[in-house]
Design a protein around this ligand. Structure first.
Ligand SMILES: [Zn+2]
Length: 275
């Protein structure tokens, strides 16, 4: 448990919100803590010259709204809430406005951070580390590994960490920033899938399928993929260039039909038939 129960004021050479966001990311990483926005003060819009560019309050992520007593009484729910009182307030002043203030640090250190680093829980323990945000580097690694399935990607990340950290692996594996959980990987995978292949809702999916057919035919410089609606169900027929060549060069290929069917291929319960 940390003992810095009083507020400490720090001046920082940060001139904008984007600089502060970057600083906060590094602070989270180095301190093994995660800070969430508690309150935002909107800048006054009726003033010609804004003196304060940003004013925000942050709380430790372990200070959340506790689960209701009714919910907890029926099942044992792991919660990250410890009603932690660690908090901080940041104010970034605008150095361009002429101020009568005698603040000699204003020009070089326009950001004032008032922080109370008094966590009521341990920071470097598995029970706290498992709630950390997954780091950007880990997200990048996962995206690369999504050429496999999300669960396999997480296993690959774990294998890499095991090889890299050896005996220290159990401590590293408890840190969610480095070792993400499978539900997170699935959410990220779904988000990536949506960005790459479009929405899977009925109307939007059809337009995405049509554009993919068109794109594939253009790339193959031949009509290899056709989309048709039969009984209100979309059917896509694909005949790859290799299949076409087989039909053209092997006479008996047109006289025999092999069929292999599989269903439940994805969340839309699509079927794949090989002829
Ligand atoms: Zn805390």
């Amino acid at each position: 448990m940390e003992t810095l129960s009083k507020y400490n004021t720090v001046r920082l050479p940060l001139h904008s919100e984007s600089e502060f966001v970057k600083w906060l990311e590094e602070f989270n990483e180095l301190s093994y803590t995660t800070w969430r926005v508690k309150r935002t003060y909107p800048p006054p819009s009726d003033r010609q010259f804004v003196k304060v560019l940003l004013k925000k309050e942050y709380r430790c992520q372990h200070d959340t709204r506790p689960e209701s007593a009714l919910t907890n009484s029926k099942r044992r729910v792991a919660t990250k809430n410890t009603s932690c009182k660690a908090d901080m307030a940041v104010t970034i002043r605008n150095v361009k406005t002429k101020s009568k203030s005698a603040d000699i640090l204003l020009e070089k250190f326009p950001t004032t951070l008032r922080i109370r680093f008094s966590h009521n829980h341990r920071i470097m323990c598995a029970d706290a580390l498992k709630y950390r945000d997954v780091s950007k580097e880990t997200i990048h690694t996962l995206c690369e590994l999504f050429k496999r399935r999300p669960t396999a990607a997480v296993e690959m990340v774990k294998q890499e960490l095991l090889l890299k950290h050896g005996e220290n692996y159990p401590v590293i594996a408890a840190n969610r920033a480095l070792c993400p959980d499978i539900p997170f990987a699935h959410r990220l995978y779904t988000k990536m899938f949506k960005e790459l292949y479009g929405d899977t809702s009925d109307v939007k999916m059809m337009s995405v399928l049509e554009s993919h057919c068109q794109q594939y035919n253009e790339e193959m410089e031949s009509t290899c993929m056709v989309l048709k609606i039969v009984n209100n169900k979309p059917i896509i027929a694909v005949c790859t260039p290799l299949m076409k060549r087989t039909h053209e060069t092997i006479k008996h290929a047109g006289e025999m039909v092999f069929m292999d069917a599989s269903s439940n291929m994805d969340r839309n319960n699509c079927s794949v038939l090989y002829f």
